[in-house]
Design a protein around this ligand. Sequence first.
Ligand SMILES: [Zn+2]
Length: 463
Amino acid sequence: MMRVYQWLQSHHHHHLSAALMAVAIVVLLLSPAAIVAVEDENSNSRSIISRFQEYLRINTAHPNPSYNEAADFITSEAKSLSLDSQILEFVKGKPLVLLKWAGENPSLPSILLNSHTDVVPAEFHKWDHPPFDAHLDPSSGHIYARGSQDMKCVGLQYLEAIRNLQSSGFRPLRTVYLSFVPDEEIGGHDGAEKFAGSDTFKSMNVGVVLDEGLASPTENYRLFYGERCPWWLVLKATGAPGHGAKLYDNTAMENLLKSIETVRRFRAAQFDLVKAGHKAEGEVISVNMVFLKAGTPSPTGFVMNLQPSEAQAGFDIRVPPTADVVSLERRIAEEWAPATRNMTFEFKQKGSIYDKFGKQILTAFDSSNPWWVLLEDAIKSANGELGKPEIFPASTDARYFRELGLPAIGFSPMANTPILLHDHNEFLNKNEYLRGIHIYESIIKAYASYVEPTKDEDSRAEL
Ligand SMILES: [Zn+2]
């Protein structure tokens, strides 16, 4: 109390009400009822964290994810929340858990909260704590586990948010679905892709999808409205073979190296745009060389006095949906793999940036998309701050929903967190995890209560 009194004296009168508030808080904290409330809150947080740890301890890493164990865990959580649950098995051994929180008006388009249950493998010896122990560091509050950021956090935060909304007495107007899908990390073909194309999905009448985003090292949460499209390119060079001692033009190696230099100049120019802050990571075309294949094998390695007749290089290219793909294709044919240098090229994968209606696969992030506006408002009203809308630099399952013409927004509530997905020592701080649950409460509440304005209200708003 002494401290508060001194503080009062040394400040101007406009701080008076704040000071009185501080006194009130001190008094409140000292009351027995408040102490009990704080203890309840603590034990509640502890059980929330231990449920998160339990999910993280299920080893769902490729190539042998424990999908059934994860499905059992999710199903039992769903039971504790009285949610309808079913297992969809589009491919044997790859269960997709679909949960349903029925809305009071099931005729309205529903909300789908998607997350994947699989995680990428971890190199155990490079982690400070084993990747499937979900070790909680008592001093920092960090929870170390593969999947702590990508994206078991989100899947379980949805459920915890629903738990809190239920105990507050909230009832959804729209139906809320939760899908826990397999195989995202290996392309999602046996998971989200089959789900999005299924009759079950059609019958759900989904109006909007939430899926994963990325951690943010700053205070601002990140929202994603699209993602880059992978083009996996192989450049092939051929040339006359010859003695390793002879200098001559047009060898396969020389032809390939010229192309690699050209690709590297393009890569540097794109990267410069990011470094200079002119473009975000998801807005440029990234190109990274992922393999080199050349040389004539010998029992001890490679033949050293022979210039080979063939050489190849592979590139992982990521194309933003806003890119000029015609000019990129021309660049590849004319500059990266010119026939004049005996070069050819092949795509191992080449996704389209357009949907079947010929439109760029993007979710609108202006007032034409009420779900975007609702999401931003819901995050802000839960005291979250937001950065500029972004294009996701890699691929997620959201594309399967966007391809259907549905709005899909990428969001993982992790602010002040280094981006560690697929990295060693992936972690999420427990307080950040708990804060994310409150953010989702706000979002789910706003989404599940949303009533579209009638034509009348719309025109009034325009006046
Ligand atoms: Zn992910």
